[in-house]
Design a binder for this molecule. Structure first.
Ligand SMILES: NC(=O)c1ccc[n+]([C@@H]2O[C@H](COP(=O)([O-])OP(=O)(O)OC[C@H]3O[C@@H](n4cnc5c(N)ncnc54)[C@H](OP(=O)(O)O)[C@@H]3O)[C@@H](O)[C@H]2O)c1
Length: 280
């Protein structure tokens, strides 16, 4: 199939290329070659390239930055996605869009399923919800994939930050009252490559399996990487950040499993592989 990827130089974009390149014709775009907030450009590129599928991995992902730069957040994560949805409608292609656990308010005691009530508490979450809403309004042929706590080779992420801190700290303070599922971008990219071979359209939760707090995750990273760093648990409120985060944002991969796909491997197996890769 011919697949156009937006934000292809981002963290997920990088692994999508790796996973899809052998079986598909890829059209790679970045914010320089396709700014999704530019409606005319979106229509002209999709018309010109004529893809079967558009995968939108572009987003304004700086969660704290979104609180200050609300216009940019809503422009990229809301209007940009609407532009893509309108163009996919006009030129009859499937839209795969990546969304987030931050569309939920975090006040749950069991993993969130796709139909649970949404209620974002941050500007980032609200802007990502706008994107989802536009797709639901405009398109029939779409995959909205909510995922969480991403890390991969090509980008800033939590495991890399922990390893950097370990270079010159004996102890680090890490939040213990936010629970979620760290998800390895190559695993997510492989799941996307399976999903696009189907017409099981709709909203999906896709993450690695299992869950932990940031604090537990950091301890596991230090254990596997053999770093002697003491982890001091702190609450999110002690750890000043501009944007509020959901306390509990574990996503049950319900629809994924119901449609016959195998659950993704555990986050522990995935982070082990990632740390080995960083060590090579
Ligand atoms: N990271 C996470 O923990 C996480 C968790 C849940 C969901 N997600 C979602 O997963 C997706 C991928 O995330 P990621 O971490 O891979 O993101 P990322 O590394 O920040 O990459 C985002 C990409 O979007 C591009 N972009 C920004 N504004 C654009 C615009 N106006 N037009 C076109 N491209 C634009 C950026 O390009 P420039 O660098 O050139 O601006 C960048 O390449 C996003 O939808 C994100 O919301 C992420």
């Amino acid at each position: 199939m011919k697949i156009l990827i937006t934000g292809s130089n981002g963290m997920l974009g990088y692994d999508l290329i790796d996973v899809l390149k052998n079986n598909h014709e890829l059209i790679l775009t970045t914010s320089k070659t396709l700014d999704i907030t530019n409606k005319e450009e979106v229509f002209s590129v999709i018309d010109d390239k004529n893809p079967d599928i558009v995968i939108n991995s572009a987003a304004y992902t700086d969660v704290d930055g979104c609180e200050e730069n609300q216009d940019t957040a809503f422009s990229v994560n809301g209007d940009g996605v609407k532009n893509l949805a309108l163009a996919c409608k006009k030129f009859d292609c499937v839209l795969v869009h990546i969304s987030t656990d931050y569309v939920f308010n975090g006040e749950n005691t069991r993993p969130w399923i796709e139909d649970d009530e949404i209620g974002p508490i941050s500007v980032y979450g609200k802007s990502k919800l706008k994107g989802e809403e536009s797709i639901l309004e405009i398109l029939d042929k779409y995959f909205i994939i909510r995922t969480a706590w991403l890390y991969g080779i090509n980008g800033k992420n939590f495991p890399k930050t922990m390893l950097e801190l370990a270079e010159n700290h004996d102890e680090v303070k890490v939040v213990y009252d936010e629970v979620g599922t760290p998800t390895y971008t190559p695993d997510l990219a492989k799941a996307i490559s399976q999903l696009i071979n189907t017409d099981y359209f709709g909203i999906y939760h896709i993450t690695n399996s299992g869950s932990c707090s940031w604090c537990e995750f950091s301890k596991y990273i230090f254990e596997i990487a053999k770093k002697n760093v003491k982890v001091i648990p702190v609450t999110a409120s002690e750890f000043a950040r501009a944007a509020p985060r959901p306390n509990y944002s574990v996503l049950e991969n319900k629809k994924w499993v119901e449609n016959g796909f195998k659950p993704l491997r555990s986050y522990k197996d995935a982070i082990k592989e990632y740390l080995e890769l960083l060590n090579e």
